[in-house]
Design a protein around this ligand. Structure first.
Ligand SMILES: Cc1cc2nc3c(=O)[nH]c(=O)nc-3n(C[C@H](O)[C@H](O)[C@H](O)COP(=O)(O)OP(=O)(O)OC[C@H]3O[C@@H](n4cnc5c(N)ncnc54)[C@H](O)[C@@H]3O)c2cc1C
Ligand code: SF4
Ligand code: SF4
Ligand code: SF4
Length: 397
């Protein structure tokens, strides 16, 4: 019986590996790898999951966890709640990030207001995914000295259409990292690099909703479980690792997301083998009820979204968060062309957004009622999809 298993469970490395990673619920956010103080787990970008880089012979356990106690990784994992096979509740994260739970009049999560926005710079718009609002807000934050770096996704030098986490340290570099990549890119790994390698203290984190949830989890997790029995030196190190990356974040921008594709299936099998499109010919891919693939010569190829959905990562089925409910600002392109829908959620998000509008980086318009209804439809559909996945997996046990 599921009920008999439910209760307040400790969030441990062993539970994370058995209930999250091995069941296929791991979203790939990489927060466990980012926060691990001893380099025991590493990130595999192809499987988009963590793996044990230093396994104890014949064992899947963590030697550090067993010897001195640790479990920092598990306390940064949004997919691991205190009940068996349950993620952290969205309302709990609301309190950690916004200091209050969502109200009944906030069906898409805590928010201040919603509008649509577009960069006033034509070069940004032509290079961006929708209205270039994300790039322009980051540009403004750099110019105003509010951030000294941004953890984003950028093109890989090796494999075209396979994004890699990138640290951007100036507004000028932003154009290269605009647009959306529809295969997974663990941007929190760039946050780690921003802090460890560049020593940055004011970072913006851009990511899909599950990455923003990972950030929210590490931010909200109580370090009280790290006790002196582990030795003072270890306590200090473990606490620092759980908190230092997320505490350097000054702004989070979450991208609406219904799912990402498996690289091999979507790029190799579908685009290249089935449609005959060479990845290096693709300038941009967008989803607007259908898949729109823009090629270098200006040609646009449109295919049914249902065909592409066959290549969606199975782990996305467990995701209930379409609109990045724990970001300072959430951004998406639903129902729009050349504009970005913006959900301003937090005080610091509002502050940066207002700077961007008042200083002329962004032009804005009210969102239509149709737009709000569309957003709600996507939000509800994703919650329902996740619920069905959880029912299925729990009844298998
Ligand atoms: C995987 C994915 C799925 C999405 N699904 C939807 C959807 O179903 N409905 C919808 O309305 N919107 C969706 N979006 C959001 C949409 O594509 C745009 O990112 C959003 O509208 C902002 O547009 P913009 O022109 O303002 O952004 P831009 O100015 O073009 O900036 C985009 C930013 O996103 C970062 N980024 C790009 N790809 C990734 C990635 N894979 N992981 C993390 N960061 C990334 C870039 O580095 C850049 O900083 C999705 C985005 C992604 C990445
Ligand atoms: S228990 Fe600690 S050392 Fe082991 S993988 Fe997790 S964070 Fe790393
Ligand atoms: S923290 Fe993220 S990457 Fe790590 S196990 Fe949890 S969901 Fe997966
Ligand atoms: S659907 Fe959810 S789990 Fe999948 S990539 Fe988007 S935010 Fe992450």
């Amino acid at each position: 019986m599921i009920e008999a298993r439910q209760g307040e469970l400790k969030r441990t490395f062993n539970r994370m590996m058995s209930e999250v990673v091995r069941t296929g619920r791991c979203c790939g956010c990489s927060m466990c790898v980012v926060t691990c103080p001893y380099g025991v787990i590493k990130y595999n970008p192809l499987s988009t999951s963590p793996y044990i880089a230093r396994p104890k012979a014949g064992s899947y356990s963590c030697p550090i966890s067993e010897e001195i106690g640790c479990d920092v990784c598990a306390n940064a994992c949004g997919r691991l709640g205190t009940a068996y096979m349950k993620p952290i509740r969205a309302e709990e994260m609301d309190v950690w990030v916004f200091g209050r739970k969502r109200q009944e009049y906030e069906p898409c999560g805590v928010k201040r207001f919603v509008c649509i926005g577009r960069s006033t710079n034509p070069a940004t718009v032509s290079n961006a995914q929708d209205g270039g609002a994300v790039t322009e807000i980051l540009r403004c934050a750099f110019h105003k000295g509010l951030i000294d770096g941004a953890a984003v996704a950028g093109p890989s030098d090796k494999l075209w259409l396979n994004p890699v986490p990138r640290v951007v340290t100036s507004a000028e570099e932003l154009t290269k990292t605009a647009k959306s990549w529809y295969t997974y890119c663990a941007t929190p790994m760039a946050l780690k690099e921003a802090v460890d390698r560049y020593g940055l203290k004011k970072v913006a984190l851009v990511g899909v909703p599950c990455e923003i949830s990972g950030y929210a989890t590490a931010l909200g997790s109580d370090t009280g479980f790290i006790t002196a029995e582990r030795g003072e030196k270890n306590v200090e190190r473990q606490k620092r690792h759980l908190k230092q990356y997320v505490e350097s974040v000054q702004l989070t921008i979450g991208l609406f997301c219904a799912g990402t594709f498996v690289f091999d299936g979507f790029i190799r099998e579908y685009l290249y083998e089935k449609l005959g499109i060479k990845p290096e010919e693709v300038v941009k891919i967008n989803i607007k009820g259908k898949l729109i693939i823009e090629l270098k010569g200006g040609e646009k190829i449109e295919t049914p979204l249902a065909e592409a959905k066959a290549y969606q990562r199975p782990q996305c089925g467990y995701c209930a968060d379409f609109s990045a409910e724990h970001a300072d600002i959430s951004a998406g392109g639903i129902g729009l062309s050349g504009w970005t829908m913006l959900v301003i959620r937090s005080a610091r998000g509002e502050r940066i957004f207002k700077h961007a509008v008042e200083s002329g980086y962004l032009e804005i318009k009210p969102v239509s009622e149709q737009g709000i209804n569309l957003l709600k439809r996507f939000v509800y559909a994703q919650r329902k999809r996740a619920e069905e996945h959880y029912i299925r997996i729990l009844h298998k046990k």
